[in-house]
Design a protein around this ligand. Structure first.
Ligand code: ADP
Ligand code: MG
Length: 363
């Protein structure tokens, strides 16, 4: 598998919420919308100039650099990039779950509400209720000491105010919705009695319980068997479309992205280096890094023994990034100007940008 298939474990901040997947806040209105509808022009999610610096043994390291993107209500957005490019940090920043000591600047707005200045209590209220999360390893999101039914019913009782009986009935409905086999019996099962794929279905059910506006899925199928991966992704795609939720999907799998998300962000060394409609990004491959990722993707039908192309070199050390383009050291097209100054964001098509001086004029 190429480098992009690997993924570093998610570092979590000390969570004060009972469970990030189940924590929730004030009851949402029908369809998960708050009582007062915002003006239609306000994006569901707007990230502007987001920078995150983490303390490390070697001093502070900037892991996210000037990240800006926005998502409309119901939009699907994907983030791709090799391991260590800042995909998970982006997800954790949105949830307010960055490692302890993280310094954040810039702005993250959900329906116009600034999240970077919220305290832990207010963030806890948002997680689950407004933003549902599905991470790579379902076991970390589930409490091994509680039955499946209880874990789904808890947010329903706490935040949607359902009675015990109504919450159990709704938990069963949710388990059936995520197509967990023998859902009724499984209500009283423990997480360890389920397979990885079944556990991830339960996590998705919990994420959907409070009808969030945004589903954030970070490599949701990487820990699952290949045969199950497609089923779970199809399920996520279906549920998101049915509920009109926004989806922010992080995946190393370009095929998954092509099928699941309308817009794509390509990240490299903590920056977005290309963004645009998925079909246009794949057609144009405007940034040499995107081209490298595309060439390195595993494909069916390759003759045995065919070596996969990989991008030469390694992701640079974030603590010692070069002054110019961070990709220049690995880029076949690099010229002296690339190392002199950070490349500007170049418009290469409608709503399609690449941070590369060579991208301009690419057909
Ligand atoms: N707890 C941490 N402290 C310091 N640096 C970290 C921590 N967790 C991750 N990093 C670094 O942050 C960068 C981005 O990581 P991450 O967002 O997890 O990458 P991705 O999800 O794209 O694989 C990496 O260089 C990683 O080494
Ligand atoms: Mg990651």
């Amino acid at each position: 598998m190429p480098d992009i298939a690997s993924s570093v474990p998610i570092s979590r901040a000390k969570e004060t919420c009972p469970s990030a997947a189940t924590a929730s806040g004030p009851a949402a209105g029908p369809g998960g919308s708050p009582a007062a509808e915002p003006a239609p022009t306000v994006p569901l999610l707007e990230v502007r100039g987001l920078c995150v610096t983490l303390p490390t043994a070697r001093g502070p390291v900037q892991v996210l650099r000037d990240l800006s993107f926005s998502m409309a209500r119901g939009q699907t957005l994907g983030i791709i990039g090799e391991s260590g490019c800042g995909k998970s940090m982006t997800a954790l920043a949105l949830m307010g779950l960055l490692p302890e000591g993280a310094q954040v600047s810039g702005s993250i707005r959900l329906d116009g509400q600034e999240l970077t200045t919220l305290d832990e209590r207010a963030l806890c209220a948002l997680r689950g209720a407004r933003i549902g999360m599905v991470f790579q390893e379902p076991m970390t999101a589930l409490n091994p000491l509680h039955t499946i039914g209880r874990q789904i019913a808890e947010p329903l009782r706490l935040h949607r105010g359902l009675s015990a009986a109504a919450a159990r009935a709704e938990a069963l409905r949710l388990l059936e919705r995520v197509r967990l086999p023998q859902a009724a019996q499984r209500l009283d099962a423990w997480p360890h009695q389920l397979s990885g794929g079944q556990r991830q279905r339960v996590v998705i059910a919990i994420a959907l319980a409070c009808r969030p506006d945004l589903l954030l899925a970070d490599e949701p199928t990487t820990a699952l068997d290949v045969t199950i991966q497609r089923e779970v992704l199809d399920l996520i795609g279906e549920l998101v479309a049915a509920d009109g939720m926004g989806l922010l999907l992080i995946s190393h799998d370009l095929g998954v992205m092509a099928q699941t998300v309308r817009r794509l962000l390509v990240m490299y060394a903590g920056r977005v280096v290309e963004s645009g409609p998925t079909a246009d990004v794949f057609r144009r491959l405007a940034h040499p890094y995107t081209r490298g990722l595309f060439a390195a993707r595993p494909r069916l039908g390759l003759a045995r023994g065919t070596r996969l192309a990989t991008i030469p070199g390694r992701v640079p050390d974030l603590a010692a990034l070069p002054a110019g383009c961070a990709f220049a050291g690995r880029c076949a097209l690099a010229e002296p100007a690339c190392s002199a100054a950070p490349p500007p964001l170049v418009e290469v098509g409608r709503d399609h940008h690449a941070r590369c001086i060579k991208a301009a004029g690419t057909p």
